[in-house]
Design a protein around this ligand. Structure first.
Ligand SMILES: [Zn+2]
Ligand SMILES: [Zn+2]
Length: 470
């Protein structure tokens, strides 16, 4: 094998990606020079590697300066300069290398037309699994990244589409990241606010693919992905905005990003809240998922979300009311509300969603994920004394749906709620339980591991004082 670099598998073939001499990040050093391929010695070969004809006095041996292999004159007759290898004079290049080499050489030209041809040609080959191997081995990835630094829309359109095609190949991700692809994509998305939709779509699609890997997501954030993604979430095209929103939902899995999103000067929070009441169900589902992540961290983030929702039109209440059939939307929304319910200072702003959550429980949903989220949210609300009057009327629903559930986590949340209500509103809660559910509650309490032992132990301590001799 004449090519250097470590081997990767691409479309079932062994591929040896091109290596750069010195700094691998060609976004930083656009005049990169590639490491030359290993030079195959004359004496190692007796036939041409392409046509397989034997070498003799007439059929002489020639080296391809690109791949370093030995070939006959017929298979190695093209001559071209190879600036990407530091060779300025025209040199022999074999038929296997010539088409891609020529495109890579052209990219180095200052002539606009040559750069356009290079971008188009390389991109077309990135999209074809028969030709992608040569692009990767001869420096096509690096060349596209350098070409992406142009301001020319025609070239950018082509290059971004090529980088997007490369990003769909997982084995190339590390190569792309090392060479600076994520950085160049973030930079294009940042500077081209009003760019063509296709360029932005290809860019954000690539970014979304990278953000699926925790390691590359971190790189994307280091390379400045957050701000362009937040900006694109507000783009007027719904398809593009949804792609950006999906990318953001991957980014928020990293809690380090939460401060920047909640405090973003780009109005990210009100915008995401508004999207929770979108008429597009997928948009709604993803926006709610993002907020559920954001509300999972600090009290301050929960407080900001509640405040913002309250002052911008109570989208969360609308989200809970608009698509009651779509259970994933309901699950995401109730999970978010369950997180917000722990915020002590926001209980009065959350009254209407709390009641809506109780009504949803009352409808006894069949989806067990939804039941877990509903019971958890109600248990979290029940911890605050000021909610007990509003929650007491739902005691029998909590017993029917939660206490009687066969799912342990739902039962535990149900009991948390009832016990809180018993401590804040003992007579009303008892009255409700006497009408319906007291037996079920006591039965369930008896089954809680260790509970009876611990009650016994407490009573024994108290009884000791009562039975002390006078
Ligand atoms: Zn030959
Ligand atoms: Zn060659």
């Amino acid at each position: 094998m004449a090519l250097l670099g470590c081997r990767i598998k691409l479309e079932g073939q062994d591929v040896y990606p091109a290596r750069v001499d010195g700094a691998a990040d060609v976004y930083q050093s656009p005049r990169f020079i590639l490491t030359k391929a290993r030079w195959v010695e004359d004496k190692q070969v007796s036939t041409c590697i392409l046509c397989n004809n034997k070498f003799n006095q007439i059929r002489r041996k020639h080296h391809c300066r690109q791949c370093g292999r030995v070939l006959c004159n017929k298979c190695c007759k093209e001559r071209m300069p190879l600036p990407q290898l530091g060779i300025e004079d025209a040199e022999r290049v074999c038929d296997a290398c010539a088409p891609v080499t020529q495109l890579i050489t052209k990219a180095r030209s200052q002539m606009h037309q040559f750069q356009v041809e290079s971008a188009d040609g390389l991109t077309e080959r990135c999209k074809n699994h028969n030709s992608i191997k040569r692009v990767v081995e001869l420096g096509g990835i690096q060349t596209l990244i350098v070409l992406a630094q142009t301001e020319n829309v025609q070239i950018l359109r082509s290059v971004m589409s090529g980088l997007q095609a490369l990003a769909t190949h997982q084995p190339l991700h590390q190569e792309l990241a090392t060479a600076g692809a994520i950085k160049v994509i973030c930079s294009i998305l940042s500077r081209l606010r009003e760019a063509e939709e296709q360029i932005l779509t290809d860019g954000i699609s690539s970014l979304m693919i990278f953000c699926k890997s925790p390691e590359l997501k971190k790189k994307a954030l280091d390379d400045g992905a957050l701000n362009p993604v937040l900006t694109l979430c507000m783009y007027q095209s719904p398809t593009l905005a949804l792609l950006a929103l999906c990318t953001l939902s991957l980014i928020v899995e990293n809690p380090d990003t939460h401060d920047a999103i909640v405090e973003s000067s780009r109005n990210a929070l009100p915008r995401i809240l508004a999207l929770t009441a979108s008429s597009d169900e997928q948009t709604q589902e993803v926006a709610l998922k993002i907020l559920a992540h954001l509300s999972n961290g600090t009290d301050w983030h929960r407080h900001r979300i509640v405040q913002e929702d309250f002052s911008s039109g109570c989208s969360l209440h609308k989200a809970l009311s608009s698509h009651p059939q779509n259970e994933q939307i309901l699950c995401n929304a109730v999970c978010l509300i369950g997180n917000l319910a722990t915020s002590a200072e926001d209980q009065s702003s959350l009254q209407s969603v709390m009641v809506r959550v109780c009504q949803l429980l009352q409808n006894s949903p069949s989806n067990s994920d939804l039941k877990i989220q509903l019971s958890r949210a109600i248990a979290n609300f029940s911890k605050f004394k000021q909610n007990s009057d509003r929650l007491v009327p739902y005691v029998s629903d909590i017993v029917q749906t939660c206490i009687k559930s066969t799912t342990p986590s739902i039962r535990v949340h149900g009991m948390r709620a009832i016990l809180s209500l018993l401590s804040y509103s003992p007579s009303q809660t008892t009255a409700e339980l006497m009408r319906d559910g007291a037996v079920d509650l006591l039965e369930s309490l008896g089954k809680v591991h260790g509970l009876l032992d611990s009650v016994q132990a407490t009573l024994t301590i108290q009884a000791a004082a009562l039975t002390r001799p006078l």
